[in-house]
Design a protein around this ligand. Structure first.
Ligand SMILES: [Zn+2]
Ligand SMILES: [Zn+2]
Length: 90
């Protein structure tokens, strides 16, 4: 329970930092489409719905952030998703 509180205050802190323009990485959330997805390198989470897309690509191991995330291939980075789509079309 205590850990939850610490995590929550840490993330709120990060959100404020981002909002103040020190780290302007707020994106549209792929889950709820709120413009509340914070991608700072340390934090990768939507402050509206609590979802995260952070993961490592199942194919090449690249870190997936909100910019790499592809709803059709949530386990792949944008490059691998693109390559897979190409293969599927052929
Ligand atoms: Zn969201
Ligand atoms: Zn990949």
């Amino acid at each position: 329970m205590m850990e939850m509180v610490v995590a929550a205050s840490y993330e709120t802190d990060a959100y404020i930092r981002v909002k103040e323009g020190l780290n302007p990485s707020i994106a549209d959330c792929p889950h709820c489409w709120a413009k509340a997805y914070v991608e700072s390198g340390e934090v990768s989470v939507c402050f509206a719905c609590g979802e995260t897309v952070a993961a490592d690509c199942g194919h090449c191991g690249t870190r997936i952030d909100v910019n790499e995330y592809n709803q059709d291939y949530p386990e792949l980075c944008s490059y691998c998703a693109h390559m897979l789509e190409k293969v599927m079309r052929e």
